[in-house]
Design a binder for this molecule. Sequence first.
Ligand SMILES: Cc1cc2nc3c(=O)[nH]c(=O)nc-3n(C[C@H](O)[C@H](O)[C@H](O)COP(=O)(O)OP(=O)(O)OC[C@H]3O[C@@H](n4cnc5c(N)ncnc54)[C@H](O)[C@@H]3O)c2cc1C
Length: 282
Amino acid sequence: MLLNPLTLHLPETRLEAARLYKELEDSRVLAGGTFLLNSMKLLKTKGTRTARNILSLAKVDELKGLDFQDGTLTIRAMTRINELLSSPLPQGHVRVLHTVCRNISTNPIRNMATVGGNLTCRYTWTEMGSVMIALDAGMHFLGPDGKEDVIAAEDFFKNGARCEKLFTHVTIKTCPRSRSAYRRVKKTVHVDVPLLAVCVKTDLNGKQWYNTRVGINNGTAFAQRDRTLEEFLNKSRSSPQLGAEALEHLTGIIYDTRASEYKQHMFRVSLRSAIEEISMSS
Ligand SMILES: Cc1cc2nc3c(=O)[nH]c(=O)nc-3n(C[C@H](O)[C@H](O)[C@H](O)COP(=O)(O)OP(=O)(O)OC[C@H]3O[C@@H](n4cnc5c(N)ncnc54)[C@H](O)[C@@H]3O)c2cc1C
């Protein structure tokens, strides 16, 4: 199906893209296109008008790829999910990103979809959010004046995942004492999008847990932290019982209290299993 008439903008630098992001009216960003192009076709079918200006990031090489320097992993917005999946750079506790990417849809989608698109598309169910919150990632945005803002992933999602400026990259600091584990449950056997996802990250001093962060994605609200659970885990030591004990310390409302019994049950199974994985590694 042909799209409605539009003007395609193809900047070649980050700054050019950031300026167009601010200046263009009636516009949408095109990253991997897996959501945008679908939604534009759907809107056209319904007779609804679609954006006149499309800002493609395809030619902005500065927004592509990832690197690891001085203990910090940088993932640029236009990095494809499969590129992240096949990269050897995520090591130690950030290797959890491989698990996340492996679970996202199919190869054709992973070859197109970008990390930036996953984080900024404003669908509450996409998976990178809870992970970036647990890993305490910083999200970087570039303004038309070349000024960069860094927003903690937690705050970004707390503020409704709004992008006032162009999203350029995400940074995650690594630490040899950190461990992490990720669990996700798919919606149905037929629809492999997540019903829920949890990511647990902690630092370990021997068996003692500290600096724990728990990212929760219940699919109906943007990803958030469970601070009650974190507080309990920060007072805990690894043990075979820790996963089960932790379930007595959840912030109920985060787990979508109106959800089905199955979903509530799977949240508990996922959290217990993630905590046990970390417990058993120490
Ligand atoms: C069939 C299917 C199955 C899927 N399954 C899963 C799954 O299991 N788990 C999961 O997590 N996701 C899943 N996804 C979502 C997939 O990861 C998204 O399609 C993807 O995250 C969107 O990325 P994109 O690069 O294609 O974005 P696009 O469609 O190109 O862009 C979407 C929007 O994101 C915003 N945007 C993108 N880049 C930037 C930027 N740099 N700065 C500011 N705004 C930006 C813009 O608003 C843009 O319009 C699935 C998608 C499909 C189509």
